[in-house]
Design a protein around this ligand. Structure first.
Ligand code: ATP
Ligand code: MG
Length: 397
């Protein structure tokens, strides 16, 4: 059997429905049962579903309208939160709508009722065009992976994880790596790397002109491990200038320049964080062996579900997993109802390395924490994992 056999099962397209029109309820139901569509949700008003539109990894938005003209306000409300292609659905006489819509930023217009298969065909077509426009897999350019490190609790080890993971990707995996510090008010990723950069994300977002790869390169700082860092603003008050829209653009550009973008965060779901979630391939949810952190991680999992963040992108990381604090890793899984994907040991060498401004993976590659971190970096490189698997299967044959 050849391992190169093309995969025939199609990936489901993530669809969100807004607005209302005759026949929409029936269509929603039919799409909900369709094997090629993943119905993320529905809301009559686009504004009420802002969080899902932003963070839901949507591939297509269907918007039902009863108006005979273009629903400009609704479309603007949708566009404020997502760049996903929009298909307008209307019923009855809407020929004027068709012309206006095709002039506007709308992928397609369908008059209901329609055969479900016709609508699914339009959805697939729009999602394919959307991916091309966003520089997706069908685009010739590079597309880096975004790995976001988050925890709802301060001090759980986000920055230690993010800095060491990015250093590992750069030094041991040979990946072109960007470390982005999105703890916008009190970010300390640069300090943990022993750097005092002159330019930060604030300087980048206030600089005039369009952002592109060349411009981004002018604001990053190279670290000895080979990674580039875009640090947090130096003053907390400058954080608010890093808006959701600026960040969305920044991540799109960074994906063209880097293999992997590691994002360190603050313990909040603020606007820039939602824009990051929407572009996150793997979300490392850092947890510790203490009840308050567990409670907050559980709440975060619920929030992520409300935001329609795909569950298969969440990896729970248990930091200080070997600490003797009267709780076992298994109990964490029980409390969260989610598997722990990676465990990082408590290691006295970590705070020493933090204070010296050298990531432990570089200072001592034999330390327990460094070994665990390299394992984690490998587990986060799906392409490599598939290659290894293939090699094993071939060598058995
Ligand atoms: N596995 C570990 N073993 C030993 N010490 C650790 C470990 N992980 C983190 N620490 C210590 O905990 C401290 C807090 O970690 P870190 O700054 O990464 O947390 P954080 O989640 O980024 O916090 P904040 O929310 O304040 O940004 C670090 O200074 C480090 O010394
Ligand atoms: Mg931190």
């Amino acid at each position: 059997m050849s391992l190169e056999t093309p995969v025939t099962t199609r990936e489901k397209v993530r669809v969100f429905v807004t607005g209302s029109c005759d026949g929409l309820a029936e269509l929603r139901e039919a799409l909900g049962r369709h094997s090629e569509v993943e119905m993320v949700g529905w809301s009559e008003g686009a504004r009420e579903s802002a969080a899902t539109l932003t963070g839901g990894h949507l591939q297509v938005v269907l918007h039902g309208t009863r108006s005979s003209g273009l629903p400009e306000d609704d479309l603007a409300a949708i566009r404020e939160h997502t760049q996903a292609p929009v298909i307008l659905l209307a019923s009855g006489e809407a020929s004027a709508l068709l012309e206006q819509a095709l002039e506007a930023d709308v992928s397609d217009v369908l008059l209901l009722p329609q055969m479900t298969e016709n609508v699914v065909f339009a959805i697939r077509k729009a999602s394919h065009a959307g991916r091309r426009a966003a520089g997706g897999p069908s685009h010739a350019g590079r597309r880096g992976r975004v790995v976001t490190v988050f925890s709802p609790k301060g001090g759980t080890g986000k920055t230690v994880t993010a800095t060491n993971l990015a250093s590992t990707f750069a030094k041991y995996e040979g990946k072109n790596t960007l470390l982005l510090d999105l703890d916008l008010q009190f970010g300390d990723a640069a300090i943990m790397l022993g750097l005092e950069p002159e330019k930060t994300i604030y300087d980048l977002v206030v600089a005039p002109g369009e952002l592109d790869s060349e411009k981004l390169a002018g604001y990053t700082t190279r670290h000895a491990s080979g990674l580039d860092i875009l640090p947090a603003p130096l003053r907390p008050e400058d954080a608010e200038l890093v808006t959701e829209a600026k960040l969305a653009r920044l991540l799109e550009v960074a994906r063209e320049s880097y293999d992997v973008i590691v994002v360190d965060t603050s313990p909040f779901f603020h606007g820039p964080m939602l824009a990051t979630l929407d572009r996150t391939d793997e979300l490392l949810l850092v947890c510790g062996l203490d009840v308050p952190t567990l409670k907050n991680v559980r709440l975060s999992l619920q929030t992520l579900e409300l935001l329609a963040f795909p569950q298969n992108r969440i990896r729970v990381v248990l930091n200080r997993a070997n600490s003797k604090v009267g709780m076992k890793p298994g109990e964490v899984e029980g409390a969260l109802e989610v598997k722990v994907r990676f465990e990082l040991p408590s290691d006295g060498k970590v705070p020493l390395a933090v204070n010296r401004g050298t990531p432990i993976v570089l200072a001592d590659d034999k330390a327990d924490f460094s070994r665990a971190m390299r394992e984690m970096a490998k587990g986060l490189s799906p392409v490599e994992a598939v290659k290894v698997q293939k090699r094993r299967i071939f060598s058995r044959a």
